[in-house]
Every structure is written in C-alpha cells, then in structure tokens.
Design a protein around this ligand. Structure first.
Ligand code: FES
Length: 179
C-alpha cells in the first residue's frame, strides 16, 4: 500500500489548476507536467485532468497514444530514449543501442525488474544535428557515446525518486485532489 504524499498531490493540483482555463490547448503541456511528477498517467489521473480541463477523456487518451513521450503505464524512473531514425542510424545509433542493451541487460521497450530503467527506441527526436541522439528523461545527449550515456544514467538514478511506487503515487485516487 502506498503511503500518502500530500506534497505530490499539491504539485499535481497546482499544475492542473494552472492549465484548467486553457481547455484543449492546455492538455498536452498539462499532461507532460503532471507526468513529470507522477511518472505515468493512470486512468484515474486521466479522468481527473479531463474533468478539470473540461475536455473529453477520449482526447486525453488520443493524445497519449499519439505522443510517444506520454505513458499510460508505469515506466522506469529513468527512461532512456535512443533515436534510430535515418540520420542517427547512419551515425551509429545501431551500435550504440547494442552497447546499451548489453551493458544494461535490457531489450528495447523493456524495463528492468526493479523499475529503475526503461530502454526505448524512437523515431526522430528532433535533434538530428546531434546524431546519434539520446534522451535520458529530459536530458539531451548527442553525439552520444555509450560510456557517456551510461554515466549519465547512473547520475539520474541517484537523483530520481527512490522507488517506482513513490513516483507513481496517484493524487487523483484520493479525496485530496483538486476539488
Ligand atoms: S534522426 Fe535522430 S534525432 Fe533526428
């Protein structure tokens, strides 16, 4: 059972209140900011946000399925996104991905058993001039070398919340949420 975390509920509520008057145009930034706090967007949280921004829940799920940086399921505390689109591929993304898979013992689109790291392969992340490009949470690295990526992953692990459940605690599941 998760322990209550009022400070997280408050952070999420502040974000939702800030975007509430923007309606549909505030949905994407609201979801991204909330996900930064909660780790992913649970069904309860999606309903909560839809209600307060006065948009259909279908719009929330549509955005989550369209936008690859939004998650409706738990992911690792550190999400490692390796671009494998053409400009990155020709500059070594395949070798980079292989080295990361081997070092982390992870297949693409999988999460380590302890919930620490998710490894994802992505189409263009919009930083082709820095190919091969990698995103570690919001941290950009490129041209990326495996050893630099792994060192940065370790740094993120030390600063990220200590447990997945701590990060994924769901403010919308309580009466403490935005009224
Ligand atoms: S192709 Fe990799 S960032 Fe654009």
């Amino acid at each position: 059972m998760h322990s209550p975390q009022p400070e997280r509920w408050q952070q999420v509520d502040e974000i939702i209140q800030r975007w509430a008057t923007h309606g549909r145009s505030g949905l994407l930034p609201c979801l991204l900011e909330v996900q930064d706090i909660t780790g992913y967007l649970s069904p309860e949280l999606c309903a909560h946000i839809a209600r307060h921004l006065r948009v259909p829940e279908a719009d929330v799920y549509g955005l989550i399925s369209f936008y690859s940086l939004l998650y409706d399921r738990p992911v690792g505390r550190v999400v490692l996104r390796v671009c494998d689109d053409v400009p990155c591929y020709v500059r070594g993304s395949s070798e980079l991905l292989n080295a990361l898979q081997e070092a982390l013992g992870l297949e693409p689109n999988k999460t380590t058993a302890d919930g620490a790291i998710t490894l994802e392969v992505h189409p263009c992340l919009g930083r082709c001039e820095r190919a091969p490009f990698v995103l570690i949470n919001d941290d950009e690295i490129g041209p990326a070398r495996a050893e630099d990526v792994l060192a940065r992953v370790q740094a993120h692990l030390q600063s990220a919340p200590s447990t997945l459940s701590e990060r994924a605690e769901d403010p919308a599941a309580t009466e403490e949420g935005t009224g």
